[in-house]
Design a protein around this ligand. Structure first.
Ligand SMILES: Nc1ncnc2c1ncn2[C@@H]1O[C@H](COP(=O)(O)OP(=O)(O)OP(=O)(O)O)[C@@H](O)[C@H]1O
Length: 403
């Protein structure tokens, strides 16, 4: 696709009201030759990354993804070519100043172990000489944004956090000075699948609000499909084999190498394109502690269900309760703690995430939550099977859907 076409396309996709704070990034004939190396690590790359979009660089190990990304904030200097940020040549800027305007998140979180969470997040505002009160307000705001309670986590040290929490702090730190550009180098690569999925969901939620220009490097094609507005599939020396929307890459892989990346089950991968929030959610029977048990039983029976879901006073799901569990209750439903094993996905999750969650727990249903973990509904395995059949173009399903 030509640069011009790309620009037109991105304009079509975004209304002015949601035009964010990001700036476009242009790589023009960029080459990097490491000293003592015969072949360049990156050769003649031309790439336009539109403002406010997530562009994912995906490709085999050693193809030059990290080198390409690090040239944008000049952690690596290009041998030749130009990199423009909002039309300005990055090599004309002071490197330190440039980096303060570009958030950077790496795999291990990169937190300073001897500093508290708050101090880690406040580093760039500190360098920018913000007033202490402004920095501390900003730190709390960012911890909230990435889903960490400031009162609980602000004064902890990184070693007192889980890997996923450290990574959240890494994202908060990168966003501290509100940079228009965020570079993320395999930020979720070291996390377990469930935590990775949660953080991907968080990133999409944050991006909906902030509309940064995000360059994201990953090995994981499913991650690229889930997060990317566009995917750049790279081969050796960062040669761009295909640069397109995830739907296009899945439907029309440019060549055999891209097909290899898409891998087996391309149709199934299209589940990654559909968000849980985009399907009609089923409603389970809900109940809250303090209700009369008899009424909950009657409601569950009337709905022809065997289970209801208990919500707390802020509408957050706590646990499933079977009719048998209900019969063991006293006249009113007793307060209960949240079941750690409860299968929950956010509205930003993909149908693929929901299916994965079901397959690992072998329950045929997952609870869906929205803002502040509030209950939105449930997705059943039948809904996902239906979506798969739709993807395969089964006419009887479409007929059924119209009815
Ligand atoms: N400092 C360096 N000196 C010499 N060669 C390097 C240096 N850094 C990277 N390379 C080489 O440049 C090429 C691209 O490396 P790069 O780290 O950008 O790839 P990558 O796609 O990010 O790999 P991975 O997915 O494994 O992290 C590789 O062949 C690598 O060996």
């Amino acid at each position: 696709m030509s640069d011009h076409a790309l620009l037109e396309d991105s304009r079509d996709r975004r209304t002015p009201e949601v035009e964010g704070h990001g700036v476009p990034i242009d790589l023009v004939d960029v080459t990097k030759r490491y000293p003592g190396q015969q072949a360049p690590a990156v050769e003649n790359v031309n790439l336009r990354i539109p403002a406010g979009e997530i562009v994912v660089l995906v490709g085999p190990s050693g193809c030059g993804k990290t080198t390409t990304m690090k040239m944008i904030n000049r952690l690596i200097e290009p041998t030749s070519g130009q990199i423009l940020l909002g039309g300005e040549d990055v090599t004309r800027k002071d490197a330190d100043q440039l980096r303060r305007g570009i958030g950077y998140v790496i795999q291990s979180g990169g937190l300073f172990p001897h500093l508290t969470v708050g101090a880690n997040v406040g580093i760039v505002p500190g360098l920018l000489r913000w007033k202490r009160s402004r920095t501390s307000e900003r730190v709390d705001e960012l911890l909230e944004l990435v889903g960490l309670d400031p009162a609980r986590y602000r004064d902890r040290h990184p070693r007192e956090l889980s890997g996923g929490q450290q990574q959240r702090v890494g994202v908060a730190r990168a966003l501290a000075a509100d940079p228009p550009v965020l570079l993320m180098d395999e930020p979720f690569g070291a996390l377990d699948p469930i935590t990775r999925q949660r953080l991907q969901d968080e990133l999409l939620r944050i991006q909906e609000e902030l509309r940064k220009t995000i360059v994201f490097v990953t090995h994981d094609f499913d991650e690229a499909v889930k997060l990317g507005d566009r995917i750049a599939v790279l081969a050796d020396r960062s040669r761009i084999v295909q640069y397109d929307t995830p739907a296009e890459v899945l439907a029309n892989p440019a060549d055999e190498s891209v097909e290899g990346f898409v891998g087996a089950g391309a149709a199934l991968k299209q589940l990654t394109l559909r968000r849980v929030g985009s399907v009609d959610l089923d409603q389970a029977v809900t109940a809250t502690p303090g209700e009369r048990t008899e009424e909950v039983v009657a409601r569950t029976r009337a709905a022809g269900r065997q289970h209801c879901i208990v919500l707390d006073e802020r509408n957050r799901p706590l646990r499933w309760m079977s009719l048998r569990d209900l019969h063991r209750q006293t006249a009113t439903l007793a307060p209960c703690a949240r079941d750690d094993g409860l299968d929950v996905v956010g509205v930003q999750s993909t149908l693929n995430d929901a299916l994965d969650t079901m397959l690992t727990s072998s329950h045929g249903v997952v609870v869906v939550t929205g803002r502040r973990d509030t209950y939105q509904g449930v997705v059943r395995v039948e809904t996902i099977m239906h979506a798969i059949q739709e993807l395969h173009g089964d006419p009887s399903v479409e007929e059924g859907a119209r009815r």
